[in-house]
Structures are given as structure tokens and as C-alpha cells.
Design a binder for this molecule. Sequence first.
Ligand code: GLN
Length: 254
Amino acid sequence: MNRNMRRCVGIGLIAIALAMTACARKETLKVGIENNFRPFTYTENGENKGFEVELWDAVAKKAGIKYELVPMDQGELTKALKSGKVDLVVAGMTVNKARKDNLAFSDPYFQTGLVLLTKQDNTDIRGKEDLKGKTVATEIGSTAYTYVGGLGTPKEIKGYPNIDQAYEALAAGQVDCVIFDERNAQDYVQKRGKGKIKIVGETLNKESYAFAASKKSKHLGAINSAIEQVVKNGTYESLYAKWFGGKPQKLPGQ
Ligand code: GLN
């Protein structure tokens, strides 16, 4: 190779490298959210809202990530991650062993658990010990669905693609109870289910939410340090106060 050719090849390589960097910078992540997981991620009148929608936006800004939100049902989210339709899921995704076999998670940022709901006038269900022969409703694809399956005692488990259908079935007396995520259940009981539905007994287990990605994702390092930063600079606490009122018992990472 003569000097001129070497120079040409060199310039060519630099051009390719620059183009690749520009491409990487311009990459827009597709972020799957659940369309009805209040007050974390939901779509109302075409607008995406919720604690996690705002938390994610703060995290993405700190991490320098551009993104667009793709709302869908809970049952679609994991499939969308696996098929590459979305790059990340922000939807109150509970971290558990089965999911960790297939997906990668960020550091957890929300502690919670499952609760039991009945009709306001129900007197015979006070805890999970009272579910023998009962019909329990929940959302397909959720950790609550797996939890109810593991109880063994209910007569029937009814899985709905959207948790509101489970709450509505309960209000209409078609099922005896619902098991689902505590904060979503509280939101329903305080608003649309007010006076009709109640939460009974203790929280049934401990779960924590994290952002989920494919095992190949290269973004989780930047996302984790951005989570740490939005906790340190007070953004997490102010979003918590806005969406839940008060202060979290523990901040993420504590
Ligand atoms: N936390 C539950 C789960 O991960 C429910 C999440 C949701 O419905 N978006 O399965």
C-alpha cells in the first residue's frame, strides 16, 4: 500500500467511526410501558402518565438516553422485549428469579407487595387462608397471577389482560376476590372503586420494581448510575410525594 492509499484508508476509517458515533448518539430507545398500571404507568386521553413515566424521564435525561414510549397490555411487555419490539420496559416490573433467567434488570427502585381485595360487604374473606373454594381474579402475565397459582386452594383463577377487568368482575360479584399489586389496588379503592371494594388483611409478600431490558442491553450501567443520581438530588422523593403523598419508608439503594 503506498502512502496515498494508506491516507485514503485512514480517512475512510475515521469517517466510518464518526458516522457510527453519530448513529449511537441519535439512537432512540423504544420503552414499553403498561397502558393501565395506575399510578405508575398509564395512558389517559392519549397521554402517558404516572410515577414511573416521570421517574424514567428523569433517569433517561441523566443517562443521556433519548426514548419514545410504547404503551401496551402487561401480557405483551415481556414478549415485546424478547422480540426486540421494545428495548426497555418501565411498568412496575417485579424482579423475580423466573424473569431473571430471561431478562436483565436495573437496580430496584420501589418496594411493595401484593394485597387481597374483596367487595366492601364481604365478611368471610379476611386473608389468604380464607380462599378455599373461592374464585380469584387477577391480571394475566403478572406476578400476582403466578402467586395465586401457587396458593393451591382457590376453586378458580380468572386472568384478565387488564387489571380493571378483574376489579370490575369483583364489583359485579362475578368473582370473590382480586389479588394484585398494593399501590395499584389502593389507587382503585380510593378512586374508581370507592365504597364498593376494600383491601383486606396484611400485604401478602415483598416485591420490588425495576426497569427490565434484554440480557444484551448495554444501557443498564448508565441507567443504574442515573437512578442513584436522581435519588441523591431529591427528584425521586419529590416524584414520590407527588404521586403517593409523603415520603418513602426507604429510598432506593438504602
Ligand atoms: N408488578 C407486577 C408484575 O411485575 C404487575 C406489573 C404490571 O401490571 N404492570 O408482574
